[in-house]
Design a protein around this ligand. Structure first.
Ligand code: AMP
Ligand code: MG
Length: 346
């Protein structure tokens, strides 16, 4: 398949947007930027188009898609029994990086919702995303625009790497402001359950919904978001995450590198900016990537997926990462990092 490219940033030609919107209307696939990560979009009401998303990503078809809307009133077109908590959430956080799971009516096909009787809905803040949804006249179903198992794409270059030749169109735009997938809150049950942490953290959510609880703290920690059960974000490199005080972690990083690096293998370290020079001074043969200043969890979140992709590009065999649990996005960063590491900590 020949992929069309569209350059749509703060300045763009209307015809480009219209051509991309027309591809969506015709049941095609268009990758587009959002503030979280780039999405792989299709008409949410078109079952055939939804199936093409799974094929393009190589994604299991029981892993549901998020329906992106451009106006709050669209929630009532696709969801049943919308609770007051939903309105509280969207008043506080939309447009923005928050997805709300609600009971669905019959309008969105099961292909889009992975066979579930609930639907995940988000009103994004990114102006290009909103313009595409509005111009197409469709609600747009989209997962992240990466090949299944690869880190979510946070730049147009990542999308092109994974999706060129597999989709009808790719919108080339700015890097994603947040860089991690949306916070998902399930309101289809008695109590609000956070299925996936994100840029909107637990403390911000609890200001709006005081009884919101993290999924992993329920039912012995079995995640309910179908996507959470798959191996995700995994680089080819063996990845370990150190835990403990920062100074202790730095010792552990060196210790692990010495023990694990066999002759001829390539090693990398992911760390806070404050640690970079410490590692570089001790060893010249390692790739050392600073993800952001220690307190700046938003910057670290923005850089994480790009750094994981970089490990593969550089042919890294072994990577040891510091922890990044400080700050409002700390939970979300550690959730993705530990998944990438398959839970391996030092
Ligand atoms: P992605 O943006 O690629 O992570 O894909 C969308 C994510 O939303 C997946 O992890 C899904 O598991 C989650 N999701 C979508 N719809 C639902 C739903 N109805 N219930 C629970 N999780 C959902
Ligand atoms: Mg994804």
């Amino acid at each position: 398949m020949k992929t069309q490219f569209f350059r749509i940033g703060s300045a763009f030609r209307e015809e480009e947007l219209e051509t991309a919107a027309e591809l969506i209307r015709q049941g095609g696939l268009v990758a587009f930027p959002t503030e979280t990560v780039y999405g792989l979009g299709a008409d949410a009401e078109n079952a055939h188009a939804a199936r093409k998303i799974y094929a393009a990503k190589g994604r299991p078809s029981d892993n549901p898609l998020i329906v992106h809307i451009c106006d709050v009133s669209q929630v009532f077109e696709i969801a049943d029994n919308v609770p007051e908590d939903a309105e509280r959430l969207w008043t506080a956080f939309w447009p923005g990086p928050l997805t709300i799971v609600l009971k669905k009516n019959g309008r969105i096909p099961i292909e889009t919702t992975g066979g579930l009787d609930t639907v995940a809905i988000r009103l994004p803040e990114n102006p290009v995303a909103k313009a595409l949804i509005r111009r197409s006249g469709k609600m747009i179903a989209a997962p992240s625009a990466n090949l299944s198992g690869k880190p979510s794409p946070t730049s147009a270059a990542h999308v092109i790497e994974d999706m060129d030749g597999r989709v009808d169109g790719i919108i080339i735009s700015e890097d994603c402001r947040v860089g991690l997938e949306s916070t998902i809150v399930d309101l289809s049950e008695e109590r609000p359950i956070v299925l996936r942490p994100g840029d909107i953290g637990m403390s911000a959510l609890r200001r709006v919904l005081p009884d919101a609880v993290l999924d992993t703290q329920l039912k012995g920690g079995h995640p309910k978001a179908p996507g959470m059960k798959y191996r995700h974000y995994a680089p080819r490199a063996e990845l370990y995450v150190t835990v403990g005080e920062r100074a202790v972690q730095q010792e552990k990083v060196f210790d692990a590198m010495h023990r694990l690096l066999e002759a001829g293998k390539k090693g990398a370290i992911l760390c806070v900016n404050e640690s970079v020079s410490i590692y570089r001074r001790k060893r010249k043969d390692l790739l050392v990537l600073g993800l952001g200043d220690k307190g700046d969890s938003r910057e670290i979140a923005r850089n994480l997926f790009g750094a994981l992709r970089r490990l593969d590009e550089e042919g890294i065999d072994l990577c040891v990462s510091e922890s990044f649990s400080e700050g409002e996005s700390g939970d979300a960063v550690m959730n993705r990092l530990l998944k990438a590491a398959g839970g391996k900590t030092i």
